[in-house]
Ligand binder design. Structure first.
Ligand SMILES: [Zn+2]
Length: 149
């Protein structure tokens, strides 16, 4: 299956490249993701010239985001490193999946904020929920360490 995902990424065919992209973006399974990590440069080279289409935003941005996720794995970063990206994940679904805990929220409504904690590394994220044609969420890590002066 993993061989197939790599083959999909390198196939030069839009449907197969996007299939592999969504597989990577939707997975936290090391068996699926990690075998692709050594091939980031190859995949980038094979996909950067493709016209992958896309309506709201170009699909090439999704491919790039999948590659960023593989690079996070290469750096042994936590899965939560991917939250600030363009995926706009719903914090309630992430909590249902056991990936985060929602520590607090503002007054519930269309526009509201969530305080979330990664269940793996304990990092805190401030999540802003907004509604512009579709509902979206912006994740910002808190406590990014600043150098002491
Ligand atoms: Zn984390």
């Amino acid at each position: 299956m993993t061989t197939t995902l790599l083959e999909d990424f390198l196939s030069g065919e839009t449907d197969r490249v996007l299939h592999a992209t969504w597989q990577v973006l939707g997975s936290r399974d090391p068996d699926l993701v990690d075998p692709l990590v050594p091939h980031v440069a190859r995949i980038r080279k094979a996909t950067e010239k493709l016209n992958l289409g896309g309506l709201i935003r170009p699909n090439s941005a999704n491919v790039e985001f999948a590659l960023a996720k593989l690079e996070h794995r290469a750096n042994r970063s936590c899965w939560c490193e991917d939250y600030p990206g363009p995926e706009h994940r719903d914090p309630r679904k992430e909590e249902d999946a056991g990936n985060i805990r929602i520590l607090s929220t503002s007054e519930p409504g269309w526009s509201m904020t969530y305080e979330c904690e990664c269940t793996i590394c304990g990092r805190i994220y401030d999540v802003e929920q907004g509604d512009y044609h579709v509902m979206w969420w912006r994740w910002r890590p808190r406590g990014v360490k600043r150098p002491k002066s």
